[in-house]
Design a protein around this ligand. Sequence first.
Ligand code: GRF
Length: 188
Amino acid sequence: APLAILISGRGSNMASLLEAARAADCPYEVVLVASNNPDAPGLAFARDAGIATFAHSHKGLARADFDAIIDAELRKAGARYVALAGYMRILSEGFVAGWAGRMVNIHPSLLPLYKGLDTHGRAIAAGDAEGGCSVHLVTAELDDGEVIAQARVPIRPGDTAETLADRVLIEEHRLYPEALAAYIRDHG
Ligand code: GRF
């Protein structure tokens, strides 16, 4: 199935999705990487990998107007699924409705815990024994849609938000392609 990936920054999860797409039995092919940040390092990575990219700054645009620009690009590229990968924009309801059941996100916490930012710092401050990441369907509510897969890691004494983020990120890179592929196989 044709997949578009939305990024805002580094794009390491995007890279893991691109890497997995090289396998002959992968059920998705990446048709576009799009960003609200023209300087996102992940865009250059995608371009070098031969993937079509689109970038348009959201600055100065109403949220719905910006989302309509992205939506038009996704449809022009023929995307059937959308994967958010470090996409740091709240999405408008209209955009989300247009991709209901076909847009997923990866979030660096064990949802429903710690929606939003600073997930690792909050997990450590709470004294949690485990952190992790979740792949979930995207709804209009931030980090709130149905969870389709999770991975857990231990939180160790002396962990900082950075050391925990590094440990979780390894799991993100494994979990996201696997969960997305399984979801697309089930949903066509
Ligand atoms: C990841 O931790 C992701 O879970 C979160 O933002 C980070 C993005 O990293 N939503 P990258 O751009 O994929 O490297």
